[in-house]
Structure formats: structure tokens, C-alpha cells
Design a protein around this ligand. Structure first.
Ligand SMILES: Cc1ncc(C[n+]2csc(CCOP(=O)(O)OP(=O)(O)O)c2C)c(N)n1
Ligand SMILES: [Mg+2]
Length: 523
């Protein structure tokens, strides 16, 4: 006798079950009419955790933070081209961070696409610039296989955004089964000659810098970098916008490429050799009439030890071994906390207090613009932590990335070090933090200003700004009340103006599970 017919499943159900079978179990969503069958399938496949975001920039930013910390993709659920459009800035940051994400976008049913409907748009055209892979499912029968391919595309080194467009009839139509996972190819192995060339540079006695970003900035890669530095005197540096770095006590210290050309030129002056691991030569974020865009001196030799899709960590270990660098020679940072600050509340006193109270294993999401120097330097020798910066320069990343990290890493305290103007782009993420009871603490640098833009104004040579121009950088009048904004979304909040008040609020927030917001009033 034949086996009984299995229960029919919808395309959406086959999609979600395939994602689960491929290890993708978290969905950041903001749905609409075209995504209803996906939403209903969430109850049929309870292994998928749905997390609602009240704006698509929140959704895509959370998926970025999740992917950076979980080392595997989450899935987004977005509503047609307009939903995708709202999420693009943070997908841009995720693309720059090489974060694996499955980006599912609902579309009109295939037969409906011939009509002039209100939400019709060029979804592929919008998705292409932020996606490593784009595909539109043709029917319910292919959705599962398409989902398995999307996961493989997102996870292939170095990682990227895989966009799967899901027409409504492909979601509601009858599918036959989920698809099995596709094995993800390992990163490519760096050739012996690329390793030999790096070793020769490092043995040349000339000044050499190794510049890197990506997975090399975790324990294994940092240890290899530290061994090479100890054996040869080479300087080791990370990209300014590296998506994730393991820092703090016990870790290997690494320099960062400066933002400003004058500082960067100074850093690279006299450097004869640059070895790149998973990154490209350092350049200025913007062109300025009086400063160069290219940071490197004439005549420097540039060697790509590992491209982004290659195994940079293994390559660094091979280089360290070839140099005869002993395994335990990497210099490590000893725990050292800043003194208790005195005086007024500013980025330096706040940085010192964050460092003094940061628990071991914390995750920091930093988007503090003109207030980053204080917290960055104060935490160098703090208890070990992960640091995630803005990887693509599109602001509005910090709070969602923190929320995504908290979903990925329950049990670890997440601290957002956050500028006020940037926070306003995706502040509704606070609501998701409250709803999901995420252990996130947000410190707002409330200077009521787009302060950095006043500096940029001068640097680009836009001289003699009038009152209208200056008003474009003033975000006071009315002043934002972060305490009320946070409380209005269910997040406990304090407003502080002194060192004592900040310390009391921050120390308490580190002891109790979040979410929590501290508005620090600074000049
Ligand atoms: C998506 C996006 N929109 C606009 C900008 C331009 N921009 C860069 S910094 C900035 C304001 C930053 O102000 P704030 O976050 O308060 O930091 P502060 O300069 O005050 O330290 C703006 C609007 C950007 N980088 N990304
Ligand atoms: Mg500001």
C-alpha cells in the first residue's frame, strides 16, 4: 500500500521550514497584505522566532546586528518595494559589513503584476545595489529550493545580503515539500605564493603595516596578528569601519585607521609595505578640497595576502608559523580601568564610567559620531567585549544593531553608545527592545546638534554659513526629550546631567536586565 498523502503545505510554509532546516531561525519582520501567508505560516513552523519592527530600517538593522554576532543569517520580511526602500540604508550598512542576511520581500501575485496597482514598483531594481544575490520565486513549487539557495548565497564567504522576492501566489500556492540545506563552501585557501610574498615583506626590515577587517578581528586572527607583530615589529591595523572587533583585557591591541586625512597621512608616512587581509587600501570617506583622498605614501608596495572571500585567519596563522613566531608571543592587553572621573559630564567622563562598569562579555554598538573618542579610548583595557561600529556610514544603525545582537546573544549585556541625531532615524527600535525584553542599554549623547556636520561644513570649504545653513545642524528647538520618548515605548529611562547621576544610572543598568535608556545631557 502507498503511504498516505502528506498534508499539503503552502509555499510560505515550505519557505520557513527550509530556512529552519538550513539553520535560519529568527525573522525580523514588518509585514503587509502581500506577506500574509508568510505571517500565517509562522504558527505552523513555531521554530521560527518572529520579531516585529515598526519601521523597515529597524528590521534590516536588527538583521545586521544579529548576523554580525550570530555568524549566521536572520531572515527579514519586508513589504514590496516601499518596505524595502525604507530598509535600504541599513541594508547598505549590512552589505558593507558583509553580514549574511536573507531578505524576503513580498510582492504582488504573479498574475496581478500586469496591472497598475498602487504598490507596484521595481523591487529588483531597488534590491540589486544592496544584495549579493537577488531572485524572484516563480511559483510555490520553487520557493523552498529558492530559499535553500538564498541561504547558501548569503553564507558564502565573505557573507552578504541574499534577496528573495516572494510573489503572494508563490506564498499561498501549494508546495510539495521543504528543500534540504545546501552545503556552504568554505572560504578559499590562500595560495602559498601569497603567503611567501607576505613573509618576504615582513622579513625585509622595512616598515610594514598589516591592515585587516572581517573575521580576522576575532581571537584566532588577532592572536596570529599579535604573533607576527611580536616577531617582526610590523604594525597591525583594522579598518576604521570594521563591523566587529574583539577588544579589551586579554585581547591583542590593534590600531584603527583614522577618519581624518591629516592623522591618517601621519600614520602611514614612512610605511614601505602594506599587507591587506580581507580589505582594501585605506581612503578618505569623502573628498575635501584641501585634503587628499588617498592616504598612502608614494612608492608603497601593496600586497593582497587574502581577499575578502579567502580565509584570512588561516593565512595569518600560516604567515606567523613561517616566521617562526611562537604560539604564545602575542602581546595581550592587561585589565586596566580608567580612574573615577571628576568634573563635568562629557564623552571622556562617560567613556571612563562605561569602562569602569562594563561587564565581561558585553557587546557594544557604537554610533556616537563626535563623541566616539572618549568611549573608544576609555574601553581599550576594559573587561573583554565585542565592539560593533557603523560599517557603512549610513546613520540610524546603532540601536537596531544592538537589538539584533541582543536577540542573537541572550545572556550578554548590550550597550549602545549613541549620538542623538543618529538615534532619531530608528528610535522605534526601542519599542522592539521593550516588547522582546532585550538586555539593551542605550546611552544617548544628547548634544541637540548634528555636531559633526558643522565640522564638515568647514572642511569641504563651504564658508560663511548663514543662520539658515546653521539651523540645518541644530536639532534643539524643540529639544528632544529622550526620557519621554523611551518611556513612551515601554523602556525605562533616566535623564542625567552630572557624573554622579550618570554613574548611578549606568551602574544600575549594568546590574539589572534591560532594556534601559540613559539620556546624557552634554554640550
Ligand atoms: C542615512 C544618512 N543620512 C544622513 C547622513 C548625514 N549625516 C552624517 S552625521 C549626521 C548627523 C550626526 O548627528 P548626531 O548623530 O547627533 O552626532 P553628533 O555629530 O552630534 O555627534 C548626518 C545627518 C548619513 N550619514 N546617513
Ligand atoms: Mg548630536
Amino acid at each position: 500500500m502507498n503511504d498516505p498523502e502528506p498534508e499539503p503545505i503552502s509555499g510560505a510554509e515550505s519557505l520557513i521550514q527550509t530556512l529552519i532546516d538550513s539553520g535560519v531561525d529568527t525573522c525580523f519582520a514588518n509585514p503587509g497584505t502581500s506577506e500574509m501567508h508568510f505571517v500565517v505560516a509562522l504558527d505552523k513552523v513555531p521554530a521560527m522566532r518572529p520579531v516585529l519592527g515598526l519601521f523597515e530600517g529597524t528590521v534590516t538593522g536588527m538583521a545586521d546586528g544579529y548576523g554580525r554576532m550570530a555568524d549566521k543569517p536572520a531572515v527579514t520580511l519586508l513589504h514590496l518595494g516601499s518596505g524595502l526602500g525604507n530598509g535600504i540604508a541599513n541594508l547598505h550598512n549590512a552589505r558593507r559589513a558583509q553580514t549574511p542576511i536573507i531578505n524576503v520581500i513580498g510582492d504582488h501575485a504573479t498574475y496581478h503584476q500586469q496591472w497598475d496597482t498602487p504598490l507596484k514598483s521595481d523591487i529588483v531594481g531597488l534590491a540589486r545595489p544592496v544584495s549579493a544575490w537577488v531572485h524572484s520565486s516563480e511559483s510555490a513549487h520553487t520557493v523552498a529550493a529558492d530559499a535553500a539557495r538564498a541561504v547558501a548565497a548569503a553564507r558564502a564567504a565573505p557573507g552578504g545580503v541574499a534577496t528573495l522576492i516572494l510573489p503572494a501566489d508563490a506564498a499561498w500556492g501549494r508546495a510539495n515539500r521543504p528543500a534540504p540545506p545546501i552545503a556552504v563552501p568554505a572560504p578559499a585557501i590562500v595560495t602559498d605564493s601569497a603567503i611567501d610574498d607576505a613573509v618576504a615583506m615582513l622579513r625585509s626590515g622595512q616598515r610594514t603595516v598589516i591592515l585587516t577587517r572581517g573575521p580576522t578581528l576575532r581571537e584566532r586572527g588577532l592572536t596570529a596578528l599579535g604573533r607576527i607583530a611580536a616577531a617582526t615589529g610590523a604594525r597591525i591595523m583594522a579598518d576604521l569601519l570594521a563591523p566587529r572587533i574583539e577588544r579589551g583585557a586579554g585581547r591583542v591591541a590593534i590600531e584603527r585607521v583614522p577618519y581624518r586625512a591629516e592623522t591618517a597621512l601621519e600614520q602611514f608616512r614612512d610605511v614601505a609595505n602594506l599587507i591587506l587581509v580581507g580589505t582594501h587600501p585605506p581612503v578618505a570617506a569623502f573628498a575635501y578640497p584641501d585634503y587628499p583622498s588617498w592616504f598612502l605614501p608614494d612608492g608603497i608596495a601593496i600586497h593582497y595576502l587574502a581577499h575578502e572571500h579567502e580565509d584570512g585567519t588561516a593565512a595569518l596563522e600560516a604567515v606567523a608559523d613561517a616566521l617562526g613566531a611562537a604560539p604564545d608571543t602575542a602581546k595581550r592587553i592587561s585589565l586596566s580601568l580608567p580612574d573615577r572621573p571628576t568634573g563635568g559630564l562629557d564623552q571622556f567622563s562617560i567613556g571612563a564610567l562605561i569602562a569602569r562598569h562594563l561587564p565581561e562579555g558585553a557587546i557594544i554598538s557604537e554610533e556616537s559620531a563626535t563623541n566616539s573618542l572618549g568611549p573608544t579610548t576609555a574601553t581599550i583595557a576594559a573587561p573583554p567585549h565585542d565592539w560593533m561600529g557603523n560599517a557603512g556610514g549610513a546613520i540610524g544603525q546603532g540601536i537596531p544593531v544592538a537589538a539584533g545582537a541582543a536577540v542573537a546573544c541572550p545572556g550578554r549585556k548590550v550597550v549602545s553608545i549613541q549620538a542623538d541625531g543618529s538615534a532619531m532615524y530608528t528610535l522605534q527600535t526601542l519599542w522592539t527592545q521593550a516588547r522582546e525584553k532585550l538586555d539593551c542599554v542605550t546611552v544617548i549623547f544628547s548634544n541637540r546638534s548634528y555636531s559633526i556636520l558643522k565640522i564638515e561644513l568647514d572642511r569641504v570649504g563651504a564658508r560663511n554659513p548663514g543662520p539658515r545653513a546653521l539651523s540645518m545642524f541644530d536639532i534643539g528647538n524643540p529639544d528632544l526629550d529622550w526620557r519621554q520618548l523611551a518611556r513612551g515605548m515601554g523602556v525605562e529611562a533616566d535623564r542625567v546631567e552630572t557624573i554622579e547621576q550618570f554613574e548611578a544610572a549606568f551602574a544600575d543598568a549594568m546590574k539589572r536586565p534591560g532594556p534601559r535608556l540613559i539620556e546624557a545631557i552634554i554640550d
